[in-house]
Design a protein around this ligand. Structure first.
Ligand SMILES: Nc1ncnc2c1ncn2[C@@H]1O[C@H](COP(=O)(O)OP(=O)(O)OP(=O)(O)O)[C@@H](O)[C@H]1O
Ligand SMILES: [Mg+2]
Length: 305
């Protein structure tokens, strides 16, 4: 299907459709990985590698003429297949002109995780980057509404968020998560699921006195009055990161409180320095090559993307 400048689609069996079909046929089809047979006994629940390796443990499954298909046992589920996707992560990153990553904001309630992440997302959007922001309260309204605040539930909360964030990062998004995530082991568990350089821990290193003085949701007041139990920083611990990729401190060299914008700029600068973001003035490779393949009627040719 080809989109004209006016947005009209060409008919289903147009030459453009045929061209796209031939491009698709020329590429490796979306497939299930073909492997030699692995004894089913080897399919005990394995740790998920997280990166390019498919998760779970492999078992074999005869597939007639096609040979053996690799299937996995994941948790209680069997016959899970890991599909090789046709559009690779790198293809998507090239299209977006950025590297997929996970900015994991952690810090006490009121430290400014949501405020700074939101400010940063606006900045990135203005620069033409694709972002996703997962924020604490919103996730607990839906995906994690069955979870409470016990240590077990907090761990499961973080695990699920990490998996969701990883899916977005795998799709090339600059993904931000804004959760207190007080336990080091939980954050490290997410880090271990990521490929090198994908996980960037952003520590909002704001002292509890500052957070408590802000108290934007009135939660510290309630916790001090004993109305909320297991409140991080009051009667539940916060384990600060030992070596965060980015530490955001509240004061500048003169001792003045830094604004959320200054903090977001610090993170933006780091992303640019580390090569996660392309120069916004450059068109993406995908757009540049489509421009070169402009049809005689002036319509851009995106069929080979
Ligand atoms: N320099 C600053 N950086 C961030 N927030 C600031 C700053 N100065 C004042 N604030 C205020 O502090 C509050 C921070 O609240 P915010 O909801 O962002 O914290 P949080 O870390 O997301 O907390 P929670 O874990 O409860 O969601 C906001 O009301 C914000 O306006
Ligand atoms: Mg928040």
């Amino acid at each position: 299907m080809r989109l004209s400048a006016a947005g009209a689609c060409s008919p289903a069996h147009s030459p453009a459709t045929a061209r796209l079909a031939s491009v698709r046929a020329a590429r490796a089809p979306c497939r299930v990985r073909q492997v030699a047979a692995v004894p089913a006994a080897a399919g005990a629940n394995g740790a998920s590698g997280g990166n390019s390796a498919a998760p779970g443990a492999a078992a074999s499954n005869s597939n007639g003429a096609a040979g053996h298909l690799e299937v996995y046992r994941v948790g209680n589920a069997t016959n899970i297949r890991w599909f090789e996707v046709m559009v690779e992560r790198e293809d998507k990153e090239r299209l977006l002109g950025q590297r997929g990553c996970m900015l994991w904001f952690t810090g006490l309630s009121g430290s400014g995780k949501s405020t700074v992440a939101c400010t940063l997302e606006h900045m990135l959007h203005e620069l033409g980057h694709f972002t996703v922001l997962l924020d604490g309260d919103n996730i607990r309204h839906g995906l994690n509404k069955d979870l409470g605040f016990s240590a077990e539930d907090r761990a499961e909360n973080i695990r699920r968020i990490g998996e969701v964030a990883k899916l977005f990062a795998d799709s090339g998004a600059v993904t931000m998560t804004s959760f207190i995530s007080p336990y080091r082991a939980d954050r490290d568990m997410v880090r271990e699921r990521c490929r090198p350089g994908e996980f960037l821990e952003v520590h909002m290193a704001v002292p509890i006195e500052v957070c408590e003085a802000r108290d934007p949701k009135g939660l510290y007041k309630k916790a001090r009055a004993g109305l909320i139990k297991n409140f991080t920083g009051i009667d539940d611990p916060y384990e600060a990161p030992l070596a965060p990729e980015i530490a955001v401190t509240p004061y500048d060299e003169e001792g003045n409180m830094r604004s959320p914008r200054q903090m977001a700029l610090q993170i933006l600068d780091t992303l640019q320095e580390l090569g996660y973001l392309r120069d916004p003035a450059m068109p993406t490779l995908a757009v540049a090559s489509a421009l070169q393949r402009k049809h005689s009627d002036g319509i851009l040719d995106f069929s080979c993307l």
